[in-house]
Unconditional design. Structure first.
Length: 143
C-alpha cells in the first residue's frame, strides 16, 4: 500500500477563498509547523492606483498547479500542501491566493511555502488584468 500524498487541497475558484478551508485541510497531530501565505489585491502597483483586477486561467492551469504542489511535496519533508487561487473579477482587499504547508518543524514549512508561492506565480498560467485609477489597464503574466 502506498503512502498518501501530502497534497491535500488544490483549486481554482470563482468564489471567495476561505483561509479556514485551507487550514482545516492541513490539520493533523504530527505537524508542529503550519505556514500560510495569503495574497490579497492591493490598491496600487508600480506607483499607480489599482481599482480592481481580473484573473484568467489557461485550461491547463489546474493541472499545472497540481504539478507544482507535487513538486514541493517531493522537495521537502512536508505533511501537507495546499494551494487555491481565485479567478474572475476581484476587488481591492479580496484574497487572490492562499498557499500553505505543514511539517514537523517550522523551518521546513516556511521554506516549502515560499517555494510553493514563488513557483505558482512563475509557472502556473494564470494571468492578471489590472484596472488603474487613471483609466489605463495592463495584463500581467500573459503570453
Amino acid at each position: 500500500m502506498s503512502e498518501p500524498t501530502p497534497v491535500r487541497l488544490v483549486g481554482l475558484r470563482e468564489e471567495p477563498l476561505d483561509v479556514g478551508e485551507v487550514v482545516a485541510a492541513l490539520g493533523d497531530d504530527a505537524s508542529g509547523g503550519l505556514t500560510l501565505f495569503v495574497g490579497r489585491v492591493r490598491d496600487h502597483d508600480q506607483g499607480k492606483g489599482v481599482v480592481g483586477l481580473d484573473y484568467t486561467a489557461h485550461p491547463s492551469a489546474l493541472d499545472k498547479l497540481h504539478e507544482v504542489c507535487d513538486g514541493v511535496a517531493a522537495a521537502f519533508d512536508v505533511h501537507g500542501v495546499a494551494a487555491v487561487h481565485r479567478v474572475g473579477s476581484l476587488a481591492i482587499g479580496d484574497i487572490a491566493v492562499v498557499v500553505a504547508t505543514t511539517s514537523a518543524h517550522r523551518g521546513t514549512s516556511f521554506d516549502a511555502s515560499r517555494l510553493l508561492i514563488d513557483t505558482l506565480k512563475a509557472e502556473v498560467p494564470i494571468w492578471k488584468h489590472q484596472r488603474f485609477s487613471d483609466g489605463t489597464e495592463e495584463w500581467v503574466g500573459s503570453p
